[in-house]
Design a protein around this ligand. Sequence first.
Ligand SMILES: [Zn+2]
Length: 166
Amino acid sequence: MDWVVTEYKKRTGKVFRDPDRAIRKLSQEGQLIKISKGIYKYDPDFIEHKELEDFTEAQKEAIFKRDNYRCVICGKGKTDGVEIHADHIRPKDLGGTATIENGQTLCAQHNFQKKNYKQTETGKRMFIRLYDLAKSTNDEKLLKFCKAVLEVYEKNDINGHIVWKR
Ligand SMILES: [Zn+2]
């Protein structure tokens, strides 16, 4: 506790009036990681990571407001009884940053679907690699299986931007 109080004063110039409450608040904000009751950890890497990639509450509000509090895909919003989320247009793990320009409002369903499509992309890439491997090793059984799976992708027009060369 002494360390947090000193460090907080050094960085912000402010003194905690109620250190117990302040530490709980820092933990809720993700500035401190709760290990167990009364024990918190400060990890600069974790904090930096979080701050860099996640939208702040103010950014979320700005994104929602710009999009009229409606999903940019289906147009549904709170008045239709759906939950809205602030989504990174370019995903975080592909270098997408927490800027309002990189944000879009999605309903819970479309947010889920977007994440789900990423799973199918990973799957398609994996089956393409497996298909190529089966081809190079003349593994007929595996080749037939991969071909069948990849044809399902084609038939349902899923992830067409990932090209499978037969
Ligand atoms: Zn939607």
